[in-house]
Design a protein around this ligand. Structure first.
Ligand code: KG4
Ligand code: ZN
Length: 321
């Protein structure tokens, strides 16, 4: 069995999976409430909460799996990208367990982890496929031709799609994290009520900062009372622009790379309009779309593990590789 550990942002998570990708346990301790009042994740608070949570969360994952330490043959842990202080907590815990139990360790790229959420469960997706990866920190289009790697064809030049949702929600007076809030509100709004721009950047890249500015000006021009009255229309129109940008790129990459199957991973994959706009795309179950450790354990199946001694010198990294 494989133990996965994830602490790259504001979720402390641990999971146990079988070598063929069945999830035996997946425990996620969210810190959302600690960051909500600041309107975003505060790195120092995240690190401290991870420190408190990581031990109990790992114990709970082992207990819930019914496997225990003795059944674990490999550890997968997120190495980056993410908040370095947060990553170091999970990485240090993983190193300590690897060393104490003599277990091999796989340092996992968090983005590869999101892709590997597609390889879990009874009907794992098999490459090749074109993949949209959209989270709070990253927005990329990938060509996936084998389970252990991906080729990045496009990325965001500024904000991530999830970040655009979160910042838009803030402008509309909705709580953090805002993606699910906009999603819910948009169900009651008219997506054609306002016309927000879809950035036209070259290649397969994305840009969401102009969209955010456009919402800012619209909200300012409308004034508080009108915004309150038309909040659902604003949310629906704003969401429409993000979804259009995402689906357009995914289709373009699939066509350019000759990939007939589509997949969406990352927290934004929870978005109901995005799902409806891509009925043919494979999306992992919701609990494996947002940050979790089962996807990290899944990715750890496709890389050569390090010995406990080699693992001790592994360092965390902040930016995408
Ligand atoms: O993958 P994830 O859990 O964490 C990162 O690695 O960033 O993604 C979190 C992001 C947040 O920006 C959140 O607002 C967004 O996913 N999100 C959504 C929805 N649910 C979560 N965005 C749009 N619609 C949703 N239903
Ligand atoms: Zn993530």
């Amino acid at each position: 069995m494989i133990l996965g550990i994830e602490t790259s942002c504001d979720e402390t998570a641990a999971a146990v999976i079988t070598p063929d990708g069945q999830v035996l346990s997946s425990i996620i301790a969210s810190q959302g409430e600690f960051h909500a009042r600041y309107g975003g994740v505060v790195p120092e608070i995240a690190s401290r909460r991870h420190l408190e949570q990581v031990g109990p969360v790992i114990r709970e994952a082992l207990f819930a799996s019914g496997v225990g330490f003795d059944g674990i043959a490999r550890i997968g842990v997120t190495q980056g990208p993410g908040l370095v202080g947060a990553l170091l907590v999970g990485l240090s815990a993983a190193k300590a367990i690897a060393w104490a139990r003599g277990l091999p360790l796989v340092p996992v790229n968090h983005l590869q982890g999101h892709v590997a959420s597609l390889y879990l469960g009874d009907e794992p997706l098999e490459p090749p496929f074109a993949c949209l990866l959209a989270t709070g920190g990253h927005t990329q289009v990938l060509a996936v031709r084998e389970p252990g790697s991906f080729e990045r064809l496009g990325t965001t030049l500024d904000d991530a799609a999830g970040e655009a949702f979160d910042k838009g929600a803030r402008l509309l007076g909705l709580p953090y994290p805002g993606g699910a809030e906009i999603d819910a509100l948009a169900q009651h709004g008219d997506p054609l009520a306002f016309s927000f721009p879809v950035a036209n950047v070259p290649g397969f890249d994305f840009s969401f900062s102009g969209l955010k500015t456009s919402l800012l000006y619209t909200v300012r021009d409308l004034g508080e009372a009108a915004v309150a009255e038309r909040r659902a229309d604003l949310a629906a129109s704003y969401q429409r622009a993000i979804v259009l940008a995402l689906t357009r790129r995914l289709h373009q990459v699939a066509e350019a790379e000759g990939l007939s199957r589509l997949a969406v991973v990352g927290g934004v994959a929870a978005n109901s309009e995005l799902r409806a706009a891509l009925p043919e795309a494979v999306v992992a179950p919701l609990s494996f779309c947002t940050d979790n450790a089962a996807m990290i354990a899944s990715a750890a199946r496709y890389a050569e593990p390090l010995s406990p001694a080699e693992a001790l010198v592994v360092d965390a990294y902040a930016s995408a590789r």
